[in-house]
Design a protein around this ligand. Structure first.
Ligand code: MG
Length: 340
């Protein structure tokens, strides 16, 4: 049905009908504001805005995947503080030519991840817009000791979960309309790009066990996001290029020596954290419970040393493109606009 026939209130009713009632929700969609319970006296709150043509391209992104990713990127921010996501507010700008089927597909993507993550949609807004845009806000419950970017100390180890660079490599393939865009290997890269996995369990265990000193999720590239930890903590960082975890698909397509996507590509949504040397055994053991690999990639050094990536030869690599910045026009941004 065309949205002009359904109308704003018809659309809201349709969204409310397909939204499960989650725990802790006293009043969800339909009143002036949502009313929810909090098991603790404080909350973690994050928001992300995704705009068509800047963050995603509907020529190669399905509405289901876009819904999934809209929630995933917000869950990743709560995971990066070690919290548990609980509630989602979602506001959409919808072009007039969209029909209700497309919007329903977007919400199916949202609900498929929400159900698995214990998150309930509790409200939001819808309006007409020249392009499709989605603004999500997730409210989460903090751990007793939320992890911030500012606790790293000189000498701490630096770790990442999972593997890096797959999502950015997939985007490069999509944008170049490469003939390689087929096959199982490419499919693995595309999966990482379209449906990123927020590391919810790893994040909450790291906070609960108090093994990490600082943490962030990698949304804008390893070097860029490591820079945020370094700045907030007042440390520098030395990364060993050989230790950066790459997937088999990445090795097959880009080769193990092309680290551009792993270092500066965005949208990995892996966790990057620091921890004292004395916690190495605990972190090793934690991998099984968190169901994700965790790799030590370097260490924190004095802040004056800045960030360096040391190649196998022992020499520092040139870092010309640190990662994504929405407002700075760098060669890197021009080459790779963040896009779902
Ligand atoms: Mg983040």
């Amino acid at each position: 049905m065309r949205l002009s026939q359904l109308g704003e209130f018809g659309l809201i009713e349709a969204i409310a009908r397909t939204t499960p009632k989650g725990s802790g929700v006293r009043i969800g969609i339909g009143d002036d504001a949502a009313w929810v319970s909090h098991p603790r006296q404080s909350s973690l709150i994050t928001s992300d805005l995704l705009i068509e043509g800047i963050h995603f391209d509907l020529r190669w992104t399905t509405m289901f995947d876009l819904g999934y990713k809209t929630l995933a990127v917000n869950l990743s921010d709560i995971a990066a503080m070690g919290g548990i996501s609980a509630y989602l507010m979602l506001s959409l700008g919808i072009p007039s030519h969209f029909d209700s089927k497309k919007i329903a597909e977007f919400y199916r993507g949202i609900h498929s991840l929400a159900a698995r993550s214990g998150v309930t949609l509790i409200g939001g807004d819808t309006n007409i817009a020249p392009l499709f845009l989605a603004c999500a806000c997730v409210i989460g419950h903090p751990s007793k000791h939320p992890l911030t970017r500012s606790g790293a100390k000189t000498g701490d180890d630096i770790y990442v979960t999972g593997t890096l660079g797959d999502a950015a490599l997939a985007l490069q393939i999509l944008q170049s309309k490469s003939k390689r865009a087929h096959g199982k290997t490419i499919g693995q890269l595309m999966q990482r790009h379209h449906r990123p996995t927020a590391r919810l369990t790893a994040g909450s265990i790291l906070a609960e066990k108090r093994v990490a000193s600082a943490m962030i999720d990698i949304s804008d590239g390893l070097i860029q996001d490591l820079g945020h930890i370094c700045k907030a903590s007042g440390v520098g960082a030395e990364i060993s290029a050989d230790d950066i975890p790459l997937s088999s698909a990445y090795r097959a397509v880009a080769g193990k020596d092309d680290l551009r996507y792993a270092l500066s590509g965005g949208e990995d949504y892996e966790l990057l954290f620091c921890a004292p040397h004395s916690h190495r055994d605990d972190i090793e053991k934690l991998q099984r419970r968190a169901k994700v690999s965790i790799t030590r990639i370097g260490r924190c050094v004095a802040s004056r040393a800045g960030i360096s990536v040391i190649a196998a030869s022992g020499k520092p690599m040139a870092l010309d493109a640190p990662g994504h910045d929405h407002f700075k026009k760098s060669a890197n941004n021009a080459r790779r606009r963040r896009s779902a």
